[in-house]
Design a protein around this ligand. Structure first.
Ligand code: B12
Ligand code: SF4
Length: 445
């Protein structure tokens, strides 16, 4: 069967394609499961021609459309409509993070199937069934298929990165240009109230075999690796062994990874080992400088952990991006305090997320009836869905100033200390303006 996998574009995203544009690893995983059985093409609408041009030369049997974020839904609806118009006989199958965790706003799609969870194997079975049964396999209304939960990484076929090799130099993230994405593990044993990731594996930490990791790393040509594990260093002994394996395979790359501050301070020798291997920067969820807020988020960490972790990272020449939560009940003093503390800490790039009840989280379950808007566009952590203490316009003014004042601009930085994350000053300013004007979005609702 001819299978087309589509990654949609969100031209209005606050974190725009000019600031970060990553390879659709999810679709490479789905394509990996189909490899050798079906003829697959991946179409990245952020880089490739519009679907109307593709339709002139290509007639797929089945289309898989990714819905990776809640914020993509509005453009996802438009893309699904276009697919139905261009290829009316095609089977349309949806998958990705949003439909895996939520039914919210999904009724607007006229898809044949929705696959929840890790997609590859279930997608392959479905494509095989459609090949066998043809039109008879089309359900009268959208049918939802639930993939079995991952309990062992060996269940998941290797991603097929060959299909997007022609774009490999177009994908970048912050200072990592070009970049390639990889997973060493899935899952996290913690259970922060604002986070969904631990629920996807029922708090299990599921690891990929070393030989599979080495094989993938050896095949990837680009030097910069963005490791998209939920918490990469949960098992430090394993990470030390992995570092040794990568060293013996003589693979030399730079790594950007996610981890908790307390993991770093408890395992400073593992961090030093990875720094030696090429760990160049980390993203740490600092969240707050209030112990009570950390308890409220069920973070199971202390404020002092962040302070100590910054020292460990800097001793090892690892750049640190730390994320802080901006609460809707912030007053002017809270914004000022957060700005001052972030300056004092010496974080290379602070980033800020408005407390967001992402679909499927405990936070969402607890507060879903209190939200001030019912608009998927706003689930990007740059907008509030909770009522704010300050007037909305003032809240966004202070929020945009906080980001602006704490982020170094490229023009202020010498050549040997390149900018981290906001890789382009002009698009950074556009982003700041979008946040400052965000209060206007609520008038449209
Ligand atoms: C890397 C990443 C990014 C990258 C971009 C990724 C990309 N390729 O473009 C960057 C940094 C740019 C980014 C940005 C954002 N991100 Co992000 N990101 C991730 C992260 C860490 C990894 C994604 C990934 O590659 N996973 C690995 C793949 C293999 O897993 P998967 O996506 O779940 O795919 C599997 C299944 O879902 C399924 N599947 C997926 N697609 C399809 C399609 C079909 C047809 C089928 C059948 C199955 C299927 O099969 C796949 C393979 O098994 C995830 C967290 C996570 N652990 O997933 C957050 C995550 C997806 N991001 C999130 C968010 C909120 C955002 C932002 C909206 C907010 C922000 N402030 O950063 C922006 C949006 C940017 C934009 N322009 O629209 C949330 C999404 C929550 C939600 N409900 O929307 C997540 C889950 C993190 C979180 N906070 O919980 N992100
Ligand atoms: S925020 Fe980080 S530590 Fe907390 S549950 Fe999610 S992945 Fe784990």
């Amino acid at each position: 069967m001819k299978v087309l996998l589509i990654w949609p574009n969100n031209p209005e995203a606050v974190l725009s394609n000019e600031l970060s544009l990553c390879e659709p690893l999810s679709l490479e995983y789905v394509a990996g499961a189909l490899k050798g059985y079906h003829d697959v093409k991946i179409w990245d609408l952020r880089l490739d021609k519009p679907l109307s041009s593709l339709a002139k030369e290509y007639e797929p049997d089945i289309i898989g459309l990714a819905l990776p974020f809640t914020t993509i839904l509005r453009f996802g609806w438009d893309t699904a409509q276009e697919i139905k118009t261009l290829w009316p006989k095609c089977f349309l199958i949806l998958g990705g993070h949003h439909p895996s965790v939520s039914e919210g706003w999904m009724e607007n799609f006229q898809a044949d199937f929705v696959i929840k969870g890790e997609g590859g194997n279930t997608f392959l079975e479905l494509v095989n069934d459609i090949e066998r049964n043809g039109e008879k396999h089309r359900p009268l209304k959208t049918k939802v298929l639930e993939s079995p939960k991952v309990i062992d990484y060996d269940m998941i076929p290797k991603p097929n990165r060959e299909l997007l090799k022609h774009h490999q130099n177009n994908y970048f993230h912050s200072i990592y240009n070009p970049v390639s994405l990889i997973r060493f593990s899935i899952g996290c044993p913690f259970s922060c109230s604002f986070c969904i990731l631990w629920k996807l594996t029922d708090r299990k930490y599921i690891t990929k075999r070393f030989d599979r990791i080495i094989e993938e790393l050896s095949e990837i040509e680009v030097n910069n690796m963005y490791v998209v594990d939920d918490e990469a260093f949960i098992n430090p002994a394993r990470m030390d062994n992995l570092a040794n394996e990568i060293r013996s395979a003589q693979i030399k790359k730079k790594y950007h990874m996610y981890l908790r501050a307390d993991t770093a301070i408890k395992n400073s020798s593992t961090i030093a080992n990875w720094a030696d291997l090429g760990l160049d920067s980390v993203l740490v969820g600092a969240e707050s400088f209030s112990e009570n807020e950390l308890i409220d988020y069920n973070k199971k960490a202390m404020v002092s952990d962040t302070i100590e972790a910054v020292k460990i990272f800097h001793e090892n020449n690892i750049k640190i991006r730390a994320n802080f939560i901006v609460r809707p009940d912030f007053n002017e003093d809270d914004f000022k305090r957060l700005e001052d503390t972030v300056h004092k800490l010496g974080i290379d790039l602070p980033s800020f997320a408005v407390l967001t009840p992402l679909p499927g989280t405990d936070l969402h379950a607890k507060h879903k009836h209190e939200l001030i808007a019912n608009n998927p566009d706003l689930y990007d952590c740059y907008h509030t869905l909770f009522p704010t203490l300050l007037h909305l316009e003032h809240f966004y003014e202070l929020f945009s100033k906080l980001i602006y004042n704490t982020s170094k601009k490229n023009k202020e930085i010498s050549n040997n200390s390149p900018m981290f994350y906001f890789s382009n000053d002009n698009y950074f300013e556009i982003m700041i303006n979008k946040i400052r004007d965000a209060h206007k979005l609520y008038e449209l609702i």
